[in-house]
Write a protein that binds this ligand. Structure first.
Ligand code: C5P
Length: 230
């Protein structure tokens, strides 16, 4: 059994890739399965936390983690609204969701037809709000905000350089870095990466199950939240 060392902690976790609709039958999305976010929620609940999981993949293959409040969301805009509301009561917010950076500029309320002989139309996109940055700007005193970074590239070199820049740009307390590409991280059962904290500390997370990875992330969050309370 896991230690109940997160008892009393109220946490919000977002999970899954957002879907940005073009019309009633088509959408833009990404390869996030939600598995790492669900593992974070399950492990936090097992360790005693009060957990709200904002998920884009409800009704899919992942079952609701026991004892967790699950709030469905699909688009970035819906995820934003649900996360910001839940964050008002939270000690920790973990943005594990893969939020689409862009959405179609307009939603067409009927199925877009291809007309005979016509050229394909360029797809106009708009930037989605950065929820993580908004959470950091609006955080309550003592609230911890955790971001994720999925980076492709050479683990020794540019992955960590990109991640350090992202941590500084986003302003979160902790950044969980995953190496992606070549079958790593997305849609698979194991994960590996690094933890970067705002004070400049860096630690590798060895290859392991997504549950093991989640426990390592919660250990780091617990250390950060108890040092804040001193
Ligand atoms: O900039 P990038 O998408 O790589 O940043 C990843 C982190 O930012 C993740 O924690 C993700 O949940 C969050 N994010 C967000 N809103 C966006 C894009 C990313 O909260 N529009």
């Amino acid at each position: 059994a896991l230690p109940r060392d997160l008892t009393g902690l109220r946490v919000v976790i977002s999970a899954g890739g957002t879907r940005e609709p073009l019309d009633p039958v088509r959408y833009l999305t990404n390869r996030s399965s939600g598995k790492q976010g669900y593992a974070l929620a399950r492990v936090a609940a097992q360790r005693g936390a009060q957990v709200t999981l904002v998920s884009t993949v409800t009704g899919g293959p992942l079952s609701d983690p026991a004892g967790v409040e699950v709030v469905p969301a699909s688009t970035a805009e819906q995820l934003r609204a649900a996360v910001l509301t839940a964050a008002e009561q939270a000690d920790v917010v973990v943005m594990a969701a893969a939020v689409a950076d862009f959405r179609p500029a307009e939603f067409v309320d009927h199925k877009i037809k291809k007309t005979e002989g016509s050229e394909p139309q360029p797809l106009e996109l708009r930037r989605n709000p950065d929820i993580l940055v908004e959470l950091v700007k609006g955080r309550r005193p003592g609230q911890l905000v955790v971001g994720f970074a999925a980076e492709t590239g050479d683990p020794g070199g540019d992955v960590l350089d990109h991640a350090r820049a992202k941590l500084a740009r986003k302003g979160c307390d902790l950044l969980v870095v995953n190496a992606v590409g070549d079958g790593k991280a997305f849609e698979v059962e194991h994960n590996q990466g690094w933890l970067l904290t705002a004070d400049g500390a860096e630690a590798p997370i060895p290859q392991g199950s997504k549950a093991r990875f989640a426990s390592t992330v919660w250990d780091a969050i617990l250390r950060l939240s108890s040092s804040d309370r001193l």
